[in-house]
Design a protein around this ligand. Structure first.
Ligand SMILES: [Cu+2]
Length: 297
């Protein structure tokens, strides 16, 4: 099965305004489409194919909850050839990040799959539940513009039971597998303004958690907005670590951790609203995902 990405053009357009990635022809195409597209006596305009990066997705059969699925992706550049050159090296902002978010924000899977020489990447994913998922491919090409990354999107319907869950209200403490994630102060967040949230993470025995680097970072902070599923991603690294700063417009933020059990998480989101933060870290060989609801003004 080959699926073309169902790119949300409106969001795409906004994202590219924000991030300054050159997709000018796509925006021009939207402008033309917006005119209604009916026949008229006006002179014919030859519409060129949109100059955009495209995502191709291959799966063998529809993915089902609880069964490992192998999904292969490739990214076509505006000239039609596969994108094969990605940023490499230390730090989290390299390669591709693949994130599956259930549309009610009730489940998430986050991987950085290996990229083959031809630019394709295959992700082995175990969906925790059925339902509609949005897939975000966060791409770090080798050639950097001021913005080091861009995103492509698709959707996936995963077979299996699905009951949409309402988003819990904001809370200062979340427990995952006996580990306690505690926010040390009341968040005061505004769109497009970098802020930091201080977390304490302690193990089942109450001792500070030791963070094992995972996908190049001590912790990953993935943000999705309720309803629209707008996305942002920041990382927590050791002080001074490379490829760890997230940019949005003119703002930037880098999370840090220099002490076991303490995370200073950068927050930077594009629009106000209710957001879900998924804070992920590897502790004692387990991947912990702590979700927090955040209100952003
Ligand atoms: Cu990450």
């Amino acid at each position: 099965m080959v699926l073309r990405s169902h790119t949300d053009r409106r969001r795409h357009e906004r994202k590219h305004r924000l991030h300054g990635i050159a997709l000018v022809a796509l925006v021009a195409l939207i402008g033309l489409a917006g005119c209604g597209g009916g026949s008229s006596a006006s002179p014919t305009i030859a519409v060129q194919p949109a100059q955009e990066f495209r995502l191709t997705t291959h799966t063998t059969g529809a993915p089902a909850a609880g069964k490992p699925a192998r999904i292969t992706y490739s990214i076509q550049q505006p000239n039609g050839s596969n994108l094969t050159k990605f940023k490499r090296g230390a730090g989290p902002h390299t390669g591709v990040h693949v994130i599956y978010i259930r549309t009610d924000l009730g489940a998430i899977v986050h991987h950085h799959p290996h990229i083959a020489a031809n630019g394709s990447f295959t992700d082995s994913v175990l969906f925790p539940s059925g339902g509609p998922y949005r897939v975000v491919i966060d791409v770090y090409p080798q050639q950097t513009t001021p913005q080091p990354n861009f995103q492509l999107f698709t959707r996936m319907q995963v077979k299996g039971a699905y009951t949409p869950q309402p988003l819990p209200p904001p809370q200062r403490e979340v427990r995952v597998d006996g580990y306690r994630f505690a926010l040390r102060s009341e968040p005061r967040l505004r769109a497009i303004q970098a802020a930091f949230l201080s977390f304490t993470v302690t193990g089942p025995n109450g001792a500070p958690a030791h963070f094992t680097p995972w996908y190049g970072a001590l912790a990953h902070a993935i943000f999705f907005r309720k309803g629209s599923l707008d996305y942002f991603h920041t990382h927590v690294c050791a002080p001074g670590a490379p490829n760890c700063t997230s940019l949005l417009g003119g703002a930037k933020v880098t999370g840090t951790s220099s002490t076991p059990g303490k995370l200073s998480v950068g927050v930077l989101v594009p629009v106000a609203g209710t957001w879900r933060l998924f804070l992920q870290c590897l502790v004692d060989g387990r991947l912990l995902t702590a979700p927090f609801t955040l209100r952003v003004r």
